[in-house]
Write a protein that binds this ligand. Structure first.
Ligand code: WTA
Length: 661
């Protein structure tokens, strides 16, 4: 474990929430926050039991809150039964929200459609009955490979309703990545769309599913269910493929929910780690939904009158917790956006906020940074040209937000009146972990501030000992929490070694990030991953995966991939490649770099394309043959090497790898 920093955050600006915001907030002031923390500290299980009873509807109440007998395979609320879709939909029909808008679908072309809770419930019930009619049942796995749509959310909810475990695969992943996930999950069905519309372009989905299934090994898949989005021309395989509208036609609008145990796997979501293939992060039903719902109230201060908008895609965990499940569980009205931030112009986010009177807006720092740049180039797309007076809270997620981007977000978008919640969390944590509470915590740009009540985060050294504030270390969570990852699908051993390593005593959750706490405030600042995971535009990727993709190309002998700081995307991918043929230069190098970038797009997906490829005769290696990635990181940044290179077998190679060929 390396890469932790001992540099303290220098930021001294501090912004307290306004008195007006604090007065109406769910957690109003630091005293209220401290009281919740004290309650958790005094009676940890009692605290979570109270919240689980207050915020979820149980068909069978639980009597045991936490079972630690088989740690780190923790179980929460294990003898309780519930249904996630019942909690997200039926509850809203009973509590007066039936005609409230659940989803405002903002299509790529600017068309908006309102779907009420009653309509969403009906859609989900028909969908669920359709799945049942195909023989899909509790415990089956279903892959969802869809664009942003009401149907995408409904597909997830329909699986939850019948107790099928879904695994959503981001629509930007390649056929090969999709095939790997289908095989690992042992999926019985794939739900997809004919095509997706993004930025005015039609992009294939069904064709990629066909390709994935054609790669072989996917015999478990019996059905491919296709939502007609564009009406584009697609191939149909008789007996396997069916249209969603035909599947739901004539189905009953009622579907008795399948009551499942709290620990029943709601979903598997694949994410990257430092080694090997992507890991299928498995989440439970009860604990997960509790935290998705509760953080909507605590972190976002959601109120019945809010219009909430999270710009994430349902293919990522943010789209699970903060689109498909959290907002519906609390009966919110939310915008679901099909498009991209720069189409038809880079003011699209602000125009849409004004159009739907969005009051809570949640996006990623990479989007903010690219929109800052765009409005420098074209002042017409600057937020000041749009009526953003409806906004009352802003959120950030997915990567560290640099103080300049934070200040722009705060002043130019939020008009200095909206608190910003910089929410630190992960696919594995299920929901927010460290974040300001908008009516309580004084904010410091670039710091995610303090853990949520009940979340026992700490910073330790490599032997698991606490480090003092002001000294960087490894971020851990010392107690299990309800929405935590339950295991890695098909690989419980990997779950243990990845997240509960013996070096740290086997009981602390290892987040994989470095962090530091401010000496005076105790505030947390995340200093970045301590493993070989990159964060490009808020998308998580393992360097190993990209290296494996590159060496799978017949031209490539060896490859090493590192991250390079990037003004817009946070990090960018820089690949050092040794070919089987002589090292190319000039136009030949350009041509081959393009070929390899496209190759990676085909192997993993366009998000994994290296931004830069440098060719060498070799890679810097120790005498024992280990690639010195540390030096490659320095070279990628364009800095000169000041480290000791005496252990290097071939120091001359550094000169060659300094620049793009
Ligand atoms: C990073 C996304 C700093 C971090 C929800 C983490 C952040 C990884 C923040 C998880 C934040 C996420 N500040 N870093 N507010 N939020 N990260 O699984 O490195 O796609 O480990 O989950 O993103 O990415 P994932």
């Amino acid at each position: 474990m390396s890469g932790t920093t001992t540099q303290g955050p220098q930021e001294t600006r501090i912004f307290a929430p306004s008195a007006a915001f604090a007065a109406q907030a769910a957690v109003a002031g630091m005293d209220a926050y401290n009281a919740l923390c004290a309650e958790a500290a005094a009676d940890y299980e009692g605290f979570w039991a109270r919240l689980a009873k207050e915020h979820l509807d149980w068909q069978t109440p639980f009597t045991r809150t936490l079972n630690e007998d088989n740690a780190p395979f923790y179980q929460w609320f294990e003898d309780g039964k519930l249904n996630v879709s019942y909690n997200c939909l039926d509850r809203n029909l009973q509590n007066g929200n039936a005609d409230k808008t659940a989803i405002i679908f903002e299509a790529d072309d600017g068309t908006a459609t309102h779907v009420s809770y009653r309509q969403l419930h009906e859609k989900v019930c028909k969908f669920a009955n359709g799945l049942k009619a195909r023989g899909i049942k509790k415990g089956d796995r279903v892959i969802i490979y869809m664009s942003m749509s009401v149907e995408g959310v409904a597909a997830m909810q329909a699986c939850a309703r019948i107790g099928a475990t879904h695994s959503v695969v981001f629509g930007g992943f390649s056929a090969k990545s999709l095939q790997e996930r289908i095989i690992d999950a042992g999926a019985v069905a794939v739900i997809t769309a004919d095509e997706q519309l993004r930025g005015g372009k039609r992009l294939p989905l069904k064709a990629i599913v066909d390709e994935a299934l054609g790669l072989g090994g996917c015999d478990s898949v019996k059905d491919v269910i296709v939502y007609r989005r564009t009406g584009g021309d697609i191939a149909f395989k008789a007996g396997r493929d069916l249209w969603l509208h035909e599947l739901v036609d004539g189905q009953s609008a009622d579907c008795e929910p399948e009551w499942v145990e709290a620990e029943h796997p709601l979903f598997i979501l694949y994410t990257s780690g430092s080694t090997g293939t992507p890991k299928g992060v498995q989440h439970a039903s009860g604990g997960y939904l509790l935290w998705a719902a509760l953080t909507m109230k605590w972190s976002f201060d959601i109120k019945p009158s809010d219009v909430y908008w999270c710009t994430a895609d349902i293919g990522w965990v943010t789209g699970h917790s903060y689109i498909a499940y959290g907002p519906t569980a609390v009966g919110a009205t939310q915008v679901v956006f099909e498009g991209i931030p720069t189409y038809p112009h880079a003011g699209r986010f602000w125009e849409t906020v004004a159009k739907h009177k969005v009051s809570i807006f949640y996006t990623a720092p990479t989007a903010i940074r690219s929109l800052i740049k765009a409005s420098d180039v074209d002042p017409k797309v600057h937020p000041k040209n749009f009526d953003l007076s409806s906004l009352r809270l802003l959120g950030s997620v997915g990567e560290p937000i640099n103080p300049e981007a934070w200040m722009w977000y705060y002043t130019q978008v939020g008009g200095e009146k909206c608190p910003i919640v910089d929410t630190f969390w992960q696919t594995e944590t299920g929901g927010h972990m460290i974040t300001p509470l908008p009516g309580a915590t004084p904010m410091v740009p670039g710091s995610c501030t303090l853990p949520l009540p009940g979340i026992m985060t700490a910073i330790v050294d490599e032997s698991g000992q606490d480090v003092p504030n002001g000294q960087g270390g490894i971020l851990v969570v010392k107690r299990p929490w309800p929405s935590m990852i339950r295991t890695i699908w098909n690989n419980p051993e990997r779950f243990k070694t990845s997240y509960f390593p013996e070096e740290l005593g086997g009981k602390m959750y290892l987040a994989g990030d470095g962090a530091i706490r401010n000496k005076d405030t105790g505030y947390f600042t995340i200093t970045g991953r301590i493993d070989d995971v990159l964060n490009v535009s808020g998308h998580r990727m393992g360097t190993m995966e990209i290296e494996s993709a590159l060496v799978a190309n017949p031209l490539v002998a060896e490859a090493a991939v590192v991250g390079k700081p990037d003004d817009t995307t946070g990090e960018s991918i820089c690949a050092f490649v040794v070919l089987k043929q002589a090292r190319p230069t000039g136009d030949e190098a350009k041509k081959l770099a393009l070929e390899l970038r496209n190759w990676v797009a085909k192997e993993i997906g366009p998000i994994a394309k290296p931004k830069e490829i440098r060719f060498g005769d070799n890679l810097p290696k120790t005498r024992s043959g280990k690639i010195m990635r540390r030096l490659l990181r320095v070279l990628a940044k364009g800095e000169s090497i000041t480290q000791d290179v005496s252990t290097l077998e071939n120091p001359a190679i550094l000169e060659q790898l300094k620049e793009t060929s």
